[in-house]
Design a protein around this ligand. Structure first.
Ligand code: PGA
Length: 242
């Protein structure tokens, strides 16, 4: 596990963008695993800026997002589909047909889970997966207790996750109670993983992660078993903001 310590959110976002841009240049057909949330917003802004000023192209890139809420229509502004369109896809030259998120709207949920796994497999597997981390250690929506051998599945969101995400909704009641998420094994199958963490809300999660203990009670701890993980973490998340 490689740890890159940065000053703040801005530097975290820049470093992450540099890393992704270098990979896209090296392999124009990159399969990029993407995340939603406040953490990667700055990364996406940097990718858009670079695309506009330097012309980095995503025409042959395939993207696969980690997760989606169950029960929100795609068009809802809180869906992760809408997030990705608004924060990235509409502003770079990635082809809409090459952008993928699991669907939270399918009636046959287990078929959708299997189909998403098959899609990732057919794309050749994820080359680089971007991750945030929940205060409870979740990656994607894999809440504490999720088996390390899990594939894409439906999960009940933790109360703490719903509370953390309530800031985007009118009320806590509006936050969906379930999501579809890549499993831990799906994430661990990525060739490279980049986890971003910024701000004091992540101090406990980062300290637990860096303690090195591996347990399903703390999902992100699985990353210690992956050969190519980079953590880009700022001083606030490391509790070094004096
Ligand atoms: P955040 O969420 O980026 O909005 O903090 C991270 C996560 O819950 O994985």
């Amino acid at each position: 596990m490689k740890i890159i310590k940065v000053k703040d959110y801005q530097e975290m976002s820049q470093k992450a963008a540099e890393l992704i841009i270098a990979q896209v240049k090296k392999n124009p057909k990159l399969v990029l695993g993407l995340a939603t949330g406040s953490t990667p917003e700055g990364l996406y802004k940097n990718l858009i800026e670079d695309h506009r000023s330097n012309g980095t192209t995503y025409k042959q890139v395939t993207t696969c997002n980690l997760d989606e809420y169950i029960g929100l229509p795609k068009e809802d502004h809180n869906s992760y589909y809408a997030f990705m369109k608004g924060h990235l896809f509409d502003h770079i030259d990635v082809l809409a047909e090459n952008t993928n998120l699991p669907s939270g709207e399918k009636e046959d949920r287990s078929a959708e889970c299997a189909a998403y796994e098959a899609l990732i497999h057919e794309a050749g597997g994820i080359d680089v997966q971007v991750l945030g981390i929940g205060g409870n250690g979740h990656i994607g929506f894999n809440e504490p207790g999720t088996p390390f051998d899990s594939l894409t599945h439906i999960i009940e969101l933790d109360a703490s996750t719903r509370e953390a995400n309530a800031r985007f909704f009118n009320s806590l009641e509006e936050v969906p109670t379930q999501a579809i998420t890549m499993g831990i094994q799906t994430i661990m199958s990525a060739k490279e993983i980049v986890l971003l963490a910024s701000g004091t809300a992540k101090v406990e999660a980062i300290s637990k992660l860096l303690s090195g203990e591996i347990t399903e009670a703390f999902p992100a701890s699985c990353l210690h078993q992956h050969p190519n993980v980079t953590i880009i973490v700022d001083e606030a998340a490391l509790n070094e903001n004096k």
